[in-house]
Design a protein around this ligand. Structure first.
Ligand code: F0G
Length: 473
């Protein structure tokens, strides 16, 4: 008897890459109590108490993950010194190891989160001219807001394939024909070209290495600086490994370092693929073309950081945060973690699809996006009725929280109309996500009865989705 032969079978289900080492029990709330709270919150999901959610707080994957035991242990070593704390040097080394960019060849600025890094960068760049434009494959909302707040135009060149039914695997790619057209017509007004990996505003879709290389080539041709918004860099690398044949046998870490050779710098929220609850950074390579014309940028950014965050050796971070990031970056590039993480997101998507809920395919790395226009296509509801808001509002009563990223968040003319189900890292079991999907599927069955969401406060405010109040009618 060969015991190995006997167990050579494949199973339908695979275990997660981890086990729970600490759990938190839900408190019980009635639907009536949730209704009262939802009304008090003006049906705004951001204002609804998270304590009342059960099994599915999919508002964001940002900073919402469960720390690993190694991260918790590392936190104890967090050094709260005001200058040059113990973890700072570890973090510098981890950046070098993770992204393959030597500390000596770059300047690194730590911030409490990515939007603070964006604020620093775009405040400085805003001073470079009057009619500036920053093109991207899809700016995230805070990135766009920080760009536009500095009188720079944020331009999205989403892939034309994003809504095609062909299920192309890299729908997060930048439309490079549009990029080249812009560079040809407006060369002097483009301080940076940005690419978001993965493309959060465009369905969480990945960007191929081929596309990153193509953008690099165009930037070289026009002497432009190329930055990544690298929040979900490891998840993006996983897609490159799975779907770009050349990378099939490469390690995730090799793919990451190859990708980061292509950029001149990046901003990153360490609350995503840093697997931390807080943290952000900005890295600029000393070879970045922008520094030739603006060598003062590095020092001005340093001053901005000191004025708004703290000493450069801690940025806006506690010593404990720093230690969680050091450990998080080591875990996030392991294949078993990524298989488990993205496998869970995809199983959730498959289950929703099986229940006929219209979802964007293929599924992204961190979230499944419900196509709100398709969801309500055979109802009387139009984009201006903000039915995506109504859907997310009503789901609160079931203890489920999703996020509208469409007609209300970005305006009725925005190219996509999504409700996003973002999955926190290492937090939920698939059973929790099946519950969310069952609730969404049930709402889909009842879609013709779902009311309009009428904004009664904040309709004309900037960043209105965070502040508005609604009535459901
Ligand atoms: N860029 C992207 C692509 C993001 O997804 C986010 C945050 C940021 C920048 C800003 O990072 O939160 O650290 O300031 N996205 C979160 C989300 C909030 O829910 O998608 P931050």
């Amino acid at each position: 008897m060969n015991p190995l032969k006997l167990v050579g079978f494949k199973t339908k289900h695979l275990p997660r890459a981890y086990v729970n080492s600490s759990v938190r029990f839900h408190h019980e709330f009635s639907t009536q109590e949730r209704l009262q709270a939802a009304k008090k919150a003006g049906w705004n999901v951001f204002q609804f108490p998270s304590e009342m959610l059960k099994g599915g707080d999919l508002l964001s994957d940002s900073g919402t993950g469960t720390l690993t035991a190694k991260q918790m242990a590392a936190m104890i070593l967090g050094d709260e010194a005001y200058g040059s704390n113990y973890g700072y040097f570890k973090l510098l080394k981890t950046f070098e190891d993770t992204f393959g960019i030597a500390n000596a060849d770059s300047e690194i600025y730590f911030f409490h989160q990515c939007r603070a890094a964006e604020h620093a960068l775009f405040t400085q760049i805003g001073g470079f001219g009057n009619s500036l434009k920053i093109p991207s494959n899809g700016h995230f909302d805070t990135t766009r807001a920080n760009i536009e707040n500095n009188k720079i135009k944020a331009i999205d060149f989403f892939s034309k394939k994003l809504h095609s039914p062909d299920h192309s695997t890299f729908k997060g790619n930048m439309d490079i024909d549009e990029l080249e057209k812009l560079l040809k017509s407006d060369l002097d007004n483009i301080p940076l070209v940005y690419i978001t990996i993965t493309n959060n505003s465009g369905g969480g879709q990945p960007v191929s290495m081929e596309n990153l290389q193509a953008v690099r080539k165009i930037c070289d041709k026009y002497h432009k600086t190329f930055f990544f918004d690298a929040c979900r860099f490891a998840e993006n690398a996983w897609f490159i490994k799975k779907y770009e044949p050349k990378y099939k046998n490469k390690l995730i870490t090799e793919i990451v370092t190859e990708a980061f050779k292509l950029c001149d710098g990046f901003t990153i929220s360490l609350k995503k693929d840093g697997l931390a609850n807080m943290g952000g950074a900005l890295l600029i390579k000393k070879s970045a073309p922008v520094l030739k014309k603006h060598p003062e940028l590095l020092n001005n950014l340093r001053d901005h950081q000191i004025l708004t965050e703290g000493h450069p050796t801690y940025g806006g971070l506690t010593g404990r945060d720093i230690m969680t990031i050091v450990e998080g970056l080591k875990t996030v590039i392991t294949e078993s973690y990524l298989d488990s993480r993205i496998g869970q997101v995809h199983e959730f998507g498959r289950y929703l699809k099986e229940r006929k809920v219209p979802v964007l395919e293929p599924f992204g790395g961190h979230a499944v996006y419900i196509d709100t226009d398709k969801f309500f296509a055979d109802t009387k509801l139009k984009r201006g009725d903000f039915a995506g808001i109504s859907l997310t509002a009503l789901l609160l009563l079931k203890g489920v929280r999703l996020c509208e990223l469409g007609a209300f968040a970005f305006g009725e003319d925005y190219p996509h109309n999504f409700v996003r189900c973002a999955i926190p890292r290492n937090k939920y079991e698939i059973q929790d996500l099946y519950y969310v999907a069952d609730c969404v599927a049930e709402m889909y069955q009842q879609r013709k009865k779902i009311p309009k969401a009428i904004p009664v406060f904040g309709r004309n405010l900037t960043l209105r989705h965070f502040k508005a109040r609604f009535e459901l009618k």
